[in-house]
Ligand binder design. Sequence first.
Ligand SMILES: [Zn+2]
Length: 429
Amino acid sequence: MRLALDQWTREIPVVAERGLITARDGEVLVENDTAYTVFARSNAVKDVKATSETLSTILQIDAEILENKINGRKASEITLAKKVGKESVEKLSLESLDGIYYSRDNLRRYPNADVLCQVLGFTSYDGAGTTGIEKYYDDYLAGKNGEVLYETDLVGKELNGAVATYVPATDGYNVRLTIDYGIQTVVEAALKRVAQEYSPSSAECIVLDPSTFEILAMANYPSYDLNEIPRDDLDTLNALSRNKTVSDIYEPGSTFKIVTAAANLEEWNRGNKSAYSPSRIFSSSRTRSVDGTTVKCWNNHANGRHSNQTLAEALNNSCNPCFTDMALALGTETFYDYLSAFGFGRRTGIDFSGEAYGLLLPETAVRNCDLARIGFGQTVAVTALQLACATAAAVNGGYYYAPRLVKEIYAKDGYVAYTGGANLKKQAD
Ligand SMILES: [Zn+2]
């Protein structure tokens, strides 16, 4: 017992171990490196020369350098070596050198290098969550440092033969994500292939379970190796570490037609006579004139001639004029009710910092020519996450949940501190 206490008290400060981050299947995405920093309290070192020589053998540092460091400043903690391996620290503890202590460093290690890098985020040099999941769930991951209390004299000098009291650290909770590691790696590989073929400046992808809004994959290209964070180049770091699927907005274009079609069908189901039934035929013209502006279809479609279409055919052809017709038939007030129900123009509430709101024209400012374009995804800006959630709600019966990245937060002993269930925000009524 006496020996055990001696060893514990040599570890200062008593650093809490940060929690792990894993995928839903347990694949470890973020873990800790067991490295230590070795300190000296020069006042408490009895024989500086002998101590320096012992340390020199174990740490492979020149004895004279160590001696100078210990003699250099008095009555404070002097860092002698950083990133010292566990083996060396064990040897050190056997020597029981007076005035020599060590602390565990909070160094993060990423076994899968760049996988999920923008979502995981990273910590600062002193181990605090700075971005991503590391930031959002920092309170859980960090844990609480313990303390070693020494008896000191009035000027803070440690007393000879002082008794130390050890307050143990509480380690951080582990965080289990909703991410499916297999799907994530497939998605990232697909983005890399897309980038090779089309050379875009960036590419993003989200895979989301429409029945729970759990995020199964969330990927941004280009990525970077979290083990080599470019901390000295802030522009590069900001560009590479940004989770654009949540933080950036863009004009969705044709992908938005799902929303227009869903709003139209729901209104038709409710007996709105202006809405288009599945069998009603859209005008065969390739253009529409709205407020003196012209909406033109991108194409003559497969048969080489712009012809009559049903709603299903309009979707299949991605025919802009048909979606203009639907938006205008619903009118601004009704269409905006649906845009709001589908979550556009506000945050989804995902458990991630820095979410963008998207951009909707104020309802009172919408002219018919604007409404016509919103129908096929122009004059509106969304995040990729908003669009993924809206699409999921369009096909799951109208349920809109808060999307989640974390499935469970638990302690090392198995105690579960948090379970992320589906959180219903809105159902089509
Ligand atoms: Zn068309």
